[in-house]
Design a binder for this molecule. Sequence first.
Ligand SMILES: *[C@@H]1O[C@H](CO)[C@@H](O)[C@H](O)[C@H]1NC(C)=O
Ligand SMILES: *[C@@H]1O[C@H](CO)[C@@H](O)[C@H](O)[C@H]1NC(C)=O
Length: 341
Amino acid sequence: MALLFFLILAFCNGLGLLESSSRMRLVGGRHRCEGRVEVERDGQWGTVCDDGWDMKDVEVVCRELGCGAATGTPSGTLYKPLAEKDQKVLIQGVSCSGMESELIHCEQEEDVFDCSHSEDAGAKCEIPETVRLVGGPDHCKGRVEVKHQQQWGTVCKAGWNLSAAKVVCRQLGCGRAILTQRSCNKDTQGQGPIWLSEVSCSGQEGNLQDCSSGLWGKNNCTHDEDTWVECEDPFDLRLVGGDSRCSGRLEVLHKGEWGSVCDDGWGENEEQVVCKQLGCGESIFLSAKARRNLGLGGGRIWLDDVHCSGKEQSLEQCRHRFWGYHNCNHKEDVAMTCLEL
Ligand SMILES: *[C@@H]1O[C@H](CO)[C@@H](O)[C@H](O)[C@H]1NC(C)=O
Ligand SMILES: *[C@@H]1O[C@H](CO)[C@@H](O)[C@H](O)[C@H]1NC(C)=O
């Protein structure tokens, strides 16, 4: 009897091992559903060669990770830090029909030759929708709704505070939480179930589902108490007017509007952060003339007196004057060039 028990245990553990030896993750993206594809074999994480890598393969990756729809097959080199030199490229020639539940079930070769980390495969999937902001001007502002039993419903403001809003903003890939209030306006109130009340988050949670709350659908709230949240738009940047995406005038996205950056105090550290964030190589020194050739900007001047240590992952983390405050004109717009990888 004891032996049988042992055998069953060993068998189950064996299965467990099999499963854990085919784990997968996405690295370096803005959220867990985007990044360079890494698979685990015998305890080592390695990458996937992008020869023949296509949307069907990404669909399987998204499904296996419990993410939303597949939206792109980016190059894995976009995601920093890059794969370590001693990490192996573990599989190549991946070919999925798109219906597989896991990447390991797709056709693939484990004998990898002629493939380097410059060909690492990446995947972009949507964040699975379990929370959303609706009724506002964009997906980062609106009435909070959560999905339960395939149905969207609202969240009661009772117990809710800015820490909970912070969790929602982060989960949606938006910027900082700036406002949370009751949705007093009849036009912006929800209908249907009021799923949650007494939501209490510390602000550190990765998901609203990780916060404590009352039982689903058990509360005495009315839609007059629906929660409304506003987050800043996600920060983004780009180089425009040059001959590639790694060269041009620097523009940053704030409040849905692209604007320029003033060159007061701007230098090498700042350029390195931008190049890294764009997935380009080192910054290259540009003469004043070459800078001028990249043209003048128009519109808003969003940032001035930017100071980075050079270690930041995003320009957003560097110190700067308050958004939109500056003493510059467009002749001082930052223009720059990074090496293309
Ligand atoms: C929100 O409430 C939670 C507990 O209910 C508390 O830990 C947190 O500090 C509060 N946050 C703010 C911004 O008041
Ligand atoms: C709702 O109100 C009823 C009646 O006042 C009360 O008995 C019940 O405990 C309340 N439920 C919740 C979840 O607060």
